[in-house]
Design a binder for this molecule. Structure first.
Ligand SMILES: [Zn+2]
Length: 145
């Protein structure tokens, strides 16, 4: 497979300077794409974005400027899913814009971000990274929407 390697991280330098417990899935992603290119993985196994993820990509996806490595027809978008005890139950797992994460990181004690890339054309999707943001304070704060 040709083409430049995707820049998996960072979504923003300011954000990454605050991230803790970063797990980068770039290697897993590369392995998956290599297996696909070699014919060891059918497209159906890797292009399986569920409707809720496609909807999140449509409404909350952020442009990456990168072409989909599978279909080469569409631009990938990234979706940040946020989980943490600091969120209200109905807001836990919500997709949020990168800009919003920075604000929350300075306000909330601790939450985890799962950054997923999605192609809305062929439904390729892959977890890019997970990381923890927040002030790290132990004090419980009012749950956020
Ligand atoms: Zn695609």
């Amino acid at each position: 497979m040709s083409g430049r390697a995707a820049t998996v991280l960072p979504p923003s330098r300011a954000l990454m300077s605050q991230a803790r417990t970063l797990v980068d899935y770039a290697l897993v992603r590369r392995r998956t794409l290599t297996s696909y290119a070699a014919g060891r993985l059918p497209a159906g196994d890797i292009c399986d974005a569920q409707p809720y993820l496609l909807r999140a990509a449509r409404y909350h996806g952020e442009a990456t400027g990168e072409e989909c490595p599978v279909c080469h027809r569409a631009e990938l978008v990234r979706v940040n899913y946020t989980y943490g005890d600091c969120f209200r139950a109905d807001a836990n797992g919500r997709a949020r814009a990168t800009g919003e994460l920075l604000g929350l990181a300075g306000e909330l004690s601790e939450f985890t971000v799962f950054c997923v890339e999605v192609c809305q054309d062929c439904r390729w999707n892959h977890l890019l990274a997970s990381y923890v943001l927040g002030t790290g304070e132990r004090v419980g704060r009012r749950a956020r929407s």
